[in-house]
Design a protein around this ligand. Sequence first.
Ligand code: GDP
Length: 469
Amino acid sequence: KEPVMRTHNKATSPTKPKNPIDMNAFLHQKKPHLSFVVIGHVDAGKSTLMGRLLYDVGAVDNKLIRKLKRESEMIGKSSFHLAWVMDQTAEERNRGVTVDICTSDFETNASTFTIVDAPGHRDFVPNAIAGVSQVDVAVLSIDCSTDAFESGFNLDGQTKEHTILARSLGVRHIIVAMNKMDSVDWYEGRFIDIKSELTNFFEDIGIKSEQTSWVPCSGLSGEGVFDKSYPAGLTWYKGPSLVKSLENISQSLFDNESAEVTKEPFLFSTFDVSQGTKPNEAILFGRVESGHIQGGETVTIYPSEQSVLVTQILAGNNQVQVPAAIKGDFVTLKVRNAYVEDIQVGDLVAIVGYDIESAQEFSSQILTFKLDRPLLPGTPVMFFRGSCEQPARIKKLVSLVDKADASKIIKKKVRHLGSNQAAIVEIELTEKKRRIPLTTFSQNKRLGRIVLRKEGRTVAAGVIKTLDV
Ligand code: GDP
């Protein structure tokens, strides 16, 4: 049993960076950073594609590839060696707390990247939620080989559920990796057919065409992934490779957003916590959700409200020390004066002076998915926000609203919610031992997003509107 949470005295005055840097100059010389997750149906070639990508950009050495090749030949599946690369290079950060998240970093001339993966349970939706809610971009791998698309897409469809989650959790862009094109001889008709069917589905769930890119590729043989050119016969595609597309998106997000970074408060969400080598030293791994941080600054960890001093910031697979981290970066913060036992995965960290509330109840605007049974007041659900997962219940159905414009109330007295309805509801977290730090969607576009599941299925996604209703 988890002990009841203790709270501490939070600091009220900030501390200055130890070796202050000029933030504008730092932003100017920093490569844009992008995080992404690979989603799609089981066997769509996701692991092979990531292995190929990591190998071709030079993030794995030949020795490891030779070892994996030998091992996969031993079991008679030589193509598997690429699929194992991600598992071998990724660092498993989780120590069994809530969900498994592991990340792998790589770098090109133009950008740095973090791939977020949920090892072990690739098809396990809670992990997909945790992964998808922490990234800027989703790479949707589609198996273009004969008949595979139809069986993966039209049946129960992880393709669909993953894509809906990506959309609901605020992923900025979806790159469709039209994968295994080698198996259909890079036939353009196949590409066009699948693209048009997927485009209809994207329209249905509100993904705009400018938020998508389509790249024909083969994870197995490598064309279209990084710099291996397409076979001579393929003349119909002139667009960028998968990695080039990722670089382009990272640059445009950076151009649009880096100016804000200097003005926003520092916010960070925690995916992993461990004890440092010194007493009262904690090691927090997570993502910078807004603003920036430098060594020497004081931050407060919520909900335990302990204020700690950031002594070091580490980044990349090799965890090298960096002078600062900005919004979107995946970094490790070494902090001093910490009560490690009171920190958990899912905790939020903010610069001193920016308070994060913890609430037991909140109001939310949600969109329901396809439901077998309606949602009623009192219906128990699982609440997900990033890597935080909590039992909850629907407390009250406030109103039905217009799907396109939530300020338009369609109906006030609501007895139940059916499939595909937009509504304002009150949600109550039912686990009382530990409060959950929450931010509304207007405070933070990513941390304000939630997903509700029931009996192993995603029933709704939405945003937090107000705390403590
Ligand atoms: P995952 O379950 O989505 O991670 O899929 P895997 O990467 O494990 O691949 C599933 C199967 O498809 C394996 O047998 C792979 O060898 C095969 N495969 C993966 N990528 C390609 C590809 O680009 N072309 C072809 N022809 N087969 C592939």
